[in-house]
Design a protein around this ligand. Structure first.
Ligand code: SIN
Ligand code: FE2
Length: 194
């Protein structure tokens, strides 16, 4: 996995925040739920792009519209596409950008990003707001894991051998960043879906 600490300046982070506000006014954060049991995630989500990742009783999947409003997802803003092209190159087009919001008690269990049809393209992930303890494992759930802190403005790329590594967020560290107006963390994950 490639970790680019403080890749984004404070100004760039604030621009992204403004952009996320516009996206969520059109495509509000929704509450994803686990397949079958319907237990709510602690993370709130929305998306922009041709496709958005959703989770509900029928499963995990990509779809082209918001699960509550049924409207198509907003377009991926140019600033995000520029970051994608700077780091990933021109050969892949980002088709989905998942926006995760972590309130102070939210976390995300260990998982693989494997709902995409193609694993050759990297997954690009941007952290904004409070720090989090990120956990990275191996290609099997039972492999040893290690944890490290992600700060606001950091980018990570799950690429090549790391593309399908298990990962998750143990917890966030409230009040470690002043970027958001209240404690919490945002994570943007850009992916090629097809
Ligand atoms: C995810 O794996 O979907 C989120 C990772 C993060 O919040 O940093
Ligand atoms: Fe993930």
């Amino acid at each position: 996995m490639r970790h680019l600490p403080k890749y984004l300046s404070l100004e760039e982070q604030n621009q992204l925040l403004e952009m996320i506000r516009e996206i969520t006014s059109d495509a509000p954060l929704f509450i994803p739920t686990m397949p079958r049991w319907g237990t709510a995630f602690s993370v709130r989500m929305t998306n922009c792009g041709d496709y958005g990742w959703v989770a509900d009783k029928s499963g995990y999947r990509y779809q082209s519209f918001h699960p509550d409003t049924k409207k198509p997802w907003p377009k991926i803003p140019t600033q995000l596409l520029d970051i994608w092209h700077d780091l990933v190159g021109e050969q892949w087009r980002a088709e989905a950008c998942l926006i995760n919001y972590y309130a102070p008690n939210a976390k995300m269990g260990l998982h693989q990003d494997n709902d995409e049809a193609n694993f050759d393209a990297p997954v690009l992930s941007i952290s904004l707001g409070d720090d989090c303890i990120f956990r990275l494992g191996g290609l099997k759930r039972s492999d040893p894991t290690q944890s490290f802190t992600l700060n606001s403005g950091d980018i990570i790329l799950l690429e090549k051998e790391s593309r399908l590594k298990f990962h998750g967020v143990d917890r966030i560290k409230p009040n470690t960043s002043m970027l958001l107006s209240k404690p919490g963390r945002l994570n943007l994950t850009m992916r090629v879906v097809n």
